[in-house]
Design a binder for this molecule. Structure first.
Ligand code: SF4
Length: 417
């Protein structure tokens, strides 16, 4: 099998990891040779924490896997074409793509084709060779293979910018049903190891500045939504714990793509739910809830307050405000930062701008709009020293008016990495 065929198989096998949204996107047959056509599958675009868009070569080292996770195209029982790279092939491929300006980095995972330590060693060997022999200074994201040892995880962090161990399913019960060879304990153990190594590395670097940095872009994980029975409350609670305990940079949510969706034929497994399409709205609301935890100082418990699922018709910040309508209107001329953050339509940046601007000049609703406040949303929740656009009287009416504006109050760069 030539390298082009391997790339096609192993990039396609990697594309369901949520960290890169556009990986493997299709190109019309007739346009394949044209200038501007998509590169062969395997190039995905991601956004860094500072908002830069970068392109990554996103591939598996091998799609041969001994595990049989029901939701995965590469599971042992799936009837799919198999292939594996060698370390040298992947290093050459990455360097060639990088030199041609196709990519700025590599996102590398693998099926578990042999003992987890040996698989992890291969991924490390690719990253190490890229850094030490090829002089590759681009971004590297390595997956941690479940079950690989602490020493290997520590070594991986010396060559990679980011590490990730996918939790995939929210509870041990679901893991046992859908991914019986995986264990939450093992996956959390890997996350803990990354978190401890990061903390130790920071201490060491504080003492000796020349200490090599460990995984400077931190760690992330992915949760599949809708393949198992857990509700949003369970998922949000788990995400909150992952951010708190393991200093996770990002939790990615990936809507389960059911059997029968074009491109996923042959995925049938009786353990999976029979749903008509991927729960994309649910995934979107979970990203919005996640945003509230990370940037709006909401606790996981506040977001749902006992309800099992997020409201699909309004974003979770608006849903919270409607449940607490007695706390509104907030006077934009007097409210502190935390109060402003809770107002639908006012983001973290616009809250800071309000505080700054009101020290220097008087504010009007027009000037609020110029500061970035989304007034079509905020209008029901704010007053300007007693002046209203709309009084927040009936939460049901406001909910109806704001329904399906779909996240307009939260600007989400969904995919950083
Ligand atoms: S371990 Fe599970 S999720 Fe990972 S490649 Fe193998 S079957 Fe797929």
């Amino acid at each position: 099998m030539d390298l082009r065929e391997k790339l096609s198989i192993l990039a396609s096998s990697a594309k369901y990891d949520a960290s890169c949204a556009s990986s493997g996107s299709g190109t019309g047959e007739g346009r394949k040779q044209n200038f501007g056509a998509n590169l062969p599958s395997g190039i995905c675009h991601s956004w860094t924490g500072d908002g830069r868009c970068v392109s990554l070569l996103k591939v598996l080292y091998s799609n041969v896997c001994r595990f049989d996770c029901a939701y995965c195209v590469n599971r042992a029982s799936a009837d799919t074409e198999r292939s594996s790279f060698t370390v040298d092939e992947l290093v050459d491929l990455t360097c060639q793509f990088y030199r041609r300006n196709y990519i700025e980095g590599l996102f590398l995972s693998s099926g578990i084709f042999t003992d987890p330590d040996m698989v992890m060693e291969k991924l490390i060997a690719v990253a190490k060779k890229l850094r030490t022999e090829a002089g590759f200074g681009g971004y590297i994201h390595l997956k941690i293979i479940p079950g690989s040892g602490e020493k290997l995880i520590r070594e991986a962090g010396l060559w990679a910018d980011r590490l990730s161990a996918n939790i995939e399913l929210p509870t041990d019960k679901s893991l046992q049903t859908l991914a019986p060879q995986k264990s939450g304990k093992v996956i959390f153990g890997a996350m803990e190891e990354v978190s401890l190594s990061t903390a130790e590395n920071e201490e060491d670097r504080h003492k000796i500045r020349s200490t090599p940095v460990f995984a400077p872009a931190g760690q992330s994980t992915q949760l599949i939504v809708g393949a198992s029975e857990e509700d949003d409350r369970t998922i949000i609670g788990l995400s909150g714990a992952l951010y708190r305990k393991f200093s996770m940079r990002r939790v990615y949510y990936s809507a389960f793509i059911p059997v029968g969706v074009p491109g996923r034929e042959g995925m049938s497994d009786p353990r999976l739910p029979d749903i008509s399409g991927p729960p994309l709205v649910r995934e979107h609301r979970l990203y919005q809830a996640d945003w509230l935890i990370r940037f709006y100082h909401f606790s996981p418990g506040e977001i749902l307050e006992g309800a099992p699922y997020l409201d699909h018709h309004v974003d979770p910040k608006t849903a919270w405000a409607l449940r607490h309508i007695g706390r509104f209107p907030v006077d934009v001329l007097k409210a502190d930062y935390e109060e402003l953050l809770r107002v639908p339509g006012i983001g973290a940046t616009s809250a800071r701008r309000i505080l700054e601007a009101r020290r220097l000049r008087s504010l009007s609703f027009d000037s609020l709009r110029r500061l970035g406040i989304i007034l079509k949303r905020a209008r029901y929740f704010v007053t300007l020293g007693g002046s209203f656009i709309d009084r927040p009287e009936d939460p049901k009416r406001i909910r109806r008016l704001l329904s399906d504006q779909d996240g307009a109050g939260l600007q989400l760069p969904l995919f950083d990495f």
